[in-house]
Design a binder for this molecule. Structure first.
Ligand code: OXD
Ligand code: MN
Length: 580
């Protein structure tokens, strides 16, 4: 296996012609060296080391600040295997088109060869990858986001398997930017971007797009989901996985500080972005977090909204595209303090108060192990047992605060019909509703019709499939104000979910699913007008018929690949809206 790796690396050297090659060992000394190199060449700025030890700021090229979905391709032999949900090129066409962009691309640069493991040490579910990159910034981020070095080489030896990924900054021009996935050979090529999801190949490219393809073949699931443990008064911990589109509060939810802590409800973090889930010998679904760090959205993160994240990013963190105060501290919109004089904006210029000081998709990369709410089980090699799956998204109207699907098949339909308002995490318009099934539209590495089939099949293989819920923290009233306080108060929704899992929680049957009836959701201590509560649980039948039209339009192009069960659920839903 390692000779195979050496062979691939040699090929990449011949193609890209780096001036030096560095094999990463994942050590602290190596990380310090990467930082030093970047401080010297100016690609990293040191922040106030007394206030933020080990923290640095990187400013990306202004054309390279978010995932670029229109330049992201799934390259399968048969176009139908990529499906209408993906951009497609044939593997031969893609390689012919993009190979020239790699030719001599690393001339004058150092090539970093990064063997990395996705998942905890010793877990049978963890998988190895190797990223080749000419970016020291990418190498340093991979140190935080994955487990780099011998641990990965050992895994490759054991399993004879790894996912190779070749990355080059190229010339950073969007005209010459491509993020290519070859699921049939489990290969990734990315050129022309240094931005997180495009360049840290372990994350979206491997752990979601390639892994989702592997998961279907091998009967497991790779999902865009956070994982939390919710402790209840008995002390028992229930693990929940939750899918939300990018920049919709996943990291906040994963680090929720419960306002019902005095009742014994608390949340612990297992992961904030990706869940790999497997069925164990007893038919129980279990999840691991394949990542070792958080690549979180900075704007809106404050001591009020996410104090745990604020503590997590106090040290050993790489900030990207945030603003910097005159005394060298990171700053972003929504940090909870007014912008001081003399601020440097995300582009490195004195901020004249036009536009935002931090980029709306500015990020922090921080080690998970230093997160105060990290679960003692976050690196459990056996994973954690998942009792509920939650689908959420950013919707200012229509979607009630919470409801529960009738059963697994109905829950798959609820996930398949998920729509969300777009955010700054990807380039393109912000705030437009688009269908984003299971929050996986940008990340499913194959035809989504087959993906829904895979979900349905997985449900049949489990003894007690997790119960499925839909939540929406983002409903607004007519004056544009949020109806639900969100953040730490979301624990109230989880309290109801836990009571449903125990068979104790009250609910009413509605055309959408089971919803808390009057008195079923604990809103004690919150000042709520009755009409606000009514709006949080309102079922707008006409609005939902229109949403069902939108789902139909989305499902139609999948043709024969769309499972009959999803259409059946769609018809049943329409009929419930008319009759019940
Ligand atoms: C992310 C994303 O970076 O979803 O996690 O875009
Ligand atoms: Mn994400």
């Amino acid at each position: 296996m390692l000779s195979d790796l050496k062979h691939w690396v040699d090929e990449c050297i011949a193609l890209t012609a780096p001036s030096a090659v560095h094999w990463c060992d994942g050590s602290a000394g190596e990380y310090a060296g990467l930082v030093e190199t970047m401080l010297k060449d100016g690609s990293l700025v040191s922040l106030d080391q007394s206030r933020h030890p080990g923290c640095y700021l990187h400013r990306s090229d202004p054309n390279d600040v978010a995932r670029t979905e229109h330049l992201t391709f799934i390259c399968t032999t048969d176009k139908d295997d990529a499906g209408p949900n993906n951009n497609w090129m044939s593997p031969a066409e893609a390689k012919a088109k993009v190979r020239p962009l790699f030719e001599n691309a690393m001339r004058g640069r150092t090539m970093y060869v990064i063997p990395y493991l996705m998942g905890p040490a010793g877990s049978p579910f963890s998988k190895a990858g190797v990223e080749i990159t000419d970016s020291a910034y990418v190498a340093a981020n991979m140190h935080i986001m994955t487990r780099v070095g011998q641990i990965a080489l050992d895994r490759m030896q054991e399993t004879g398997e790894y996912v190779p990924g070749l990355h080059s900054l190229g010339d950073l021009s969007p005209e010459r930017r491509f993020i290519l996935h070859f699921p049939e050979e489990k290969l990734i090529w990315s050129v022309g971007s240094g931005y997180g999801g495009n360049a840290l190949l372990g994350k979206k490219c491997f752990a979601l797009r390639i892994a989702s393809h592997m998961a279907r073949q091998q009967s497991w699931m790779a999902e865009h989901m956070l994982i939390i443990g919710v402790e209840q008064p008995s002390g028992e911990e229930t693990f929940i996985a939750a899918a939300f589109p990018s920049a919709s509060g996943k990291t906040n939810l994963a680090m929720l500080v419960s306002t019902l802590a005095d009742q014994g409800y608390r949340v612990r973090t297992v992961g904030d972005d990706i869940a790999w889930m497997f069925i164990d010998g007893n038919g129980q679904l279990r999840a691991i977090n394949p990542e070792a760090g958080f690549f979180g959205v900075a704007p809106g993160t404050s001591l009020a909204t996410n104090p745990v994240a604020m503590q997590t990013v106090d040290k050993n963190t790489i900030f990207t595209n945030v603003a910097m105060t005159a005394d060298g501290n990171p700053w972003w919109e929504g940090i909870g303090s007014p912008p001081p004089e003399g601020m440097i904006n995300w582009r490195g210029m004195v901020w004249d108060r036009t536009g935002t000081a931090a980029h709306p998709n500015s990020r922090f990369t921080a080690p998970a192990r230093q997160c105060p709410s990290i679960s003692p089980r976050w690196e459990d090699p056996a994973g954690v047992p998942i009792s509920a799956i939650v689908f959420g998204s950013r919707r200012s109207s229509l979607i009630p605060l919470v409801y529960e699907a009738f059963n697994w098949q109905h829950g798959v339909f609820v996930g398949a019909g998920l729509g969300s308002e777009t955010t700054a995490a990807a380039t393109g318009a912000v705030g437009v509703v688009r269908r984003d099934p299971m929050a996986m539209l940008p990340f499913c590495g194959y035809n989504m019709g087959d993906y829904f089939r895979h979900w349905l099949d997985m449900g049949k293989r489990m003894k007690n499939p997790p119960r499925i819920f839909r939540v929406n923290w983002f409903l607004k009233d007519n004056s544009g104000k949020f109806l639900w306080p969100g953040y730490g108060e979301n624990i109230r929704v989880f309290k109801w979910i836990l009571s449903r899992l125990r068979g104790a929680g009250g609910a009413e049957e509605t055309p959408l699913g089971f919803m808390p009836g009057p008195g079923d959701l604990d809103v004690s201590g919150l000042t709520f007008q009755q009409h606000a509560l009514d709006q949080l649980f309102h079922v707008d039948r006409d609005g939902w018929q229109r949403a069902a039209d939108g789902m139909e339009q989305f499902f139609q192009p999948f043709g024969e690949r769309m499972p009959a069960e999803i259409w059946l659920e769609h018809r049943a839903f329409r009929s419930r809206l008319r009759h019940r």
